[in-house]
Ligand binder design. Structure first.
Ligand SMILES: Cc1cc2nc3c(=O)[nH]c(=O)nc-3n(C[C@H](O)[C@H](O)[C@H](O)COP(=O)(O)OP(=O)(O)OC[C@H]3O[C@@H](n4cnc5c(N)ncnc54)[C@H](O)[C@@H]3O)c2cc1C
Length: 592
């Protein structure tokens, strides 16, 4: 059995945990009452299960091909699936109605995106990056640029890409060399090479809109001299019709360990016509709109691939018969029990399940704040939402992709030797999930962003708000016997996150290497605390309906597994935070 979208869990989050109907007074939410949401989930599930999932291993095995004329051929079935996606209007779900979108909440769209990434991560990146490009132009473009590009980007009729990376310039964007020369007509000539550009070239769409970071001649060195340009593959005339082919070419495709169905392109810009977005030298701030959206999307990929890997491992475990249960045969008439009887196999499956369901809640909960940031009439809510989005984006990106890859590894382990062969999809999930830890800023860089920038912003307002929210929840439920283990776990995690934060404040500023050496473990303390809160919220919602449906009892048991078996990891991470830089930096360069 292939991928089955977890729509029961998604409905639980929408209806019982986030209670989306509370927001029906807000723009977009009014158009997404429960029956509409349910229909979106059910139709989205059909599309992802029946159209995208069957192409996942086709994409993995075939990969993309660069042709002698510099066009790129995507795997069999991808073009038809892409056209079906556009035809069905899926990319329009949460796009702005001014540009043809349906204007539904992002949190609803997130569930659909999750299904896409679970069903076929490599395919899902094509519309995913297009949406990011749409958002950046929506944020920073002129009205004219918006009118010209947004409708076709929103619908997915044109593809969008992001072009930051150059051969010598990955994390350190200050090294960027791609050059932009101003022309008399107000356009720019863009020249340089960008590498590893996802979806940089293919023929699934009529046009590509490349967002390119470049340095205008004479601009200051470093990140202060970077501007952002729209570089269309085909120039778009004022009336929207397509003109001549621009001088941007795909000159190479990467051989990769995973996401083979996504074309990872070397893009050569030879005096290509580009249009500045926003102010000169201020390009990074607009590109960050795209990058922040993509970072949440990448965190989502980590969780989503974990879900697919879990489903595959569970299905294998139910079939595979080896040995007997330690407490006596469970199916004596069979030659052996299935491996689901073994506690060690259960441990791996439960680890994945508890992380994935907790991660899903954390992402949707944060996505709801993304909606409130734009739609709430209450300024205090908008401020809190903005603070949370900013603080939590690196946590979600890095924690959920670290765990997503670990989940895919555990899922492969459940398969035994079969997982190491290519007869099963387990190895694809493991290979695909790795890139999510690397692109959109490596997880190490996310951790530095968290401790170096996000924590201290506005005098630490965001984390103080997060602590206050948890404290209020703990105080409200302190006497609740059902929730007692969840509340105790949450209160302890919160105390340890505060401890780690205080340690960083006391030791990170006096020696930046202390902050750098502790950042990975600090981010994991944060991720675990976030999941502890999510499991407490989910347990509360599940207890309210316990006994009405087995789903709720299973949810509570899974939550207890998280509290008893996963949350204790926080103490190990806290201990590592507090060692600081000394053991990490002890060796001289020569001693390595
Ligand atoms: C399949 C794939 C698709 C991609 N898609 C795109 C795309 O569409 N558009 C695009 O522009 N780019 C894309 N990228 C590039 C990607 O975003 C970069 O690979 C990533 O940002 C890391 O840069 P790098 O590979 O140069 O690593 P480096 O920057 O060289 O980093 C190497 C190591 O050093 C660490 N490191 C670097 N600097 C620091 C620091 N200051 N502090 C601590 N540690 C540090 C990193 O964490 C990493 O472990 C893609 C890459 C791949 C592989």
């Amino acid at each position: 059995m292939g991928y089955q979208a977890p729509i029961r869990d998604m409905k639980f989050l929408f209806d019982d945990v986030l209670k989306l109907d509370r927001f029906s007074n807000l723009e977009g939410f009014a158009d997404a009452p429960k029956d509409v949401r349910d229909q979106i989930l059910e139709e989205g599930a059909k599309f992802c299960e029946n159209v995208l999932a069957p192409l996942n291993s086709v994409g993995d095995k075939q990969g993309c091909k660069l042709n002698p004329d510099n066009t790129v051929t995507v795997p069999d079935g991808f073009t038809e699936a892409y056209h079906a996606l556009v035809e069905a209007g899926w990319p329009l779900l949460s796009a702005d109605p001014n540009y043809g979108g349906q204007g539904l909440p992002h949190v609803v769209n997130m569930a659909y995106s999750e299904m896409t990434s679970s069903a076929n991560m490599a395919f899902g990146m094509y519309p995913g990056l297009t949406h990011g490009c749409y958002s950046a132009i929506h944020e920073g473009g002129t009205d004219e640029q918006k009118d010209l590009y947004l409708p076709k980007l929103a619908s997915g009729e044109w593809a969008g890409t992001m072009n930051l990376t150059e051969p010598h310039c990955g994390t350190d964007l200050g090294l960027l060399r791609t050059k932009a020369v101003p022309q008399a007509d107000g356009t720019y000539k863009i020249s340089g090479q960008k590498i590893w550009i996802s979806g940089g070239e293919h023929s699934m769409t009529d046009n590509h809109i490349h967002l390119v970071l470049a340095r205008i001649e004479g601009a200051p060195a470093g990140v202060k001299g970077i501007s952002l340009f729209i570089v269309p593959k085909f120039i778009v005339h004022k009336d929207g019709s397509l003109g001549e082919r621009n001088t941007v070419t795909c000159v190479g495709l990467e051989e990769k360990m995973g996401i083979h169905g996504n074309a990872t392109c070397v893009m050569q810009y030879e005096e290509a016509t580009g249009y500045l977005i926003g102010e000169p030298n201020k390009g990074l701030s607009i590109m960050f709109v795209m990058m922040n959206e993509a970072r949440l999307g990448v965190g989502l990929q980590g969780m989503a691939v974990g879900e697919s890997a879990y489903q595959a491992a569970l299905s294998f475990a139910k079939d595979r018969r080896q040995g007997r249960s330690l407490t006596g045969p469970k199916e004596p008439d069979q030659p052996a029990d299935n491996i689901l009887v073994h506690p060690d196999v259960r441990r791996m499956l439960m680890d994945i399940k508890a992380h994935t369901e907790g991660g899903r809640a954390f992402l949707y909960w944060t996505a709801l704040y993304g909606d409130l940031l734009h739609k709430s009439p209450d300024e205090a809510v908008r401020q809190k939402a903005g603070d949370y989005m900013s603080l939590l984006t690196p946590v979600l990106k890095a924690y959920l992709t670290d765990k997503g890859h670990k989940n895919a590894s555990d899922a492969l382990q459940v398969h035994g030797g079969s997982g190491f062969t290519e007869h099963y999809q387990a190895s694809q999930f493991l290979r695909d999930s790795k890139i999510a830890m690397i692109y959109e800023g490596t997880n190490g860089v996310q951790a530095l962003d968290l401790v170096g920038r996000k924590l201290a912003a506005n005098g630490g307002r965001a984390i103080q708000t997060f602590f206050a929210e948890i404290d209020a929840f703990v105080a409200e439920h302190e006497g609740d016997a059902d929730l007692a283990p969840f509340i105790a776990g949450l209160a302890s995690a919160r105390a340890q996150l505060q401890d780690a934060t205080m340690w960083l404040m006391a030791n990170g500023m006096s020696n930046f290497d202390n902050a750098g050496a502790s950042s990975h473990d600090y981010l994991h303390v944060f991720g675990l605390t976030g999941l502890a809160y999510m499991w407490a919220l989910m347990a509360k919602a599940a207890y309210a309906k316990a006994g009405t449906e087995p789903f709720y009892d299973t949810k509570i048991k899974t939550g207890r597994y998280f509290v008893d078996r996963i949350l204790p990891e926080i103490a190990g991470h806290l201990a590592k935070v507090k060692t600081g830089a000394a053991p990490v930096m002890a060796l001289s360069a020569e001693e390595f």
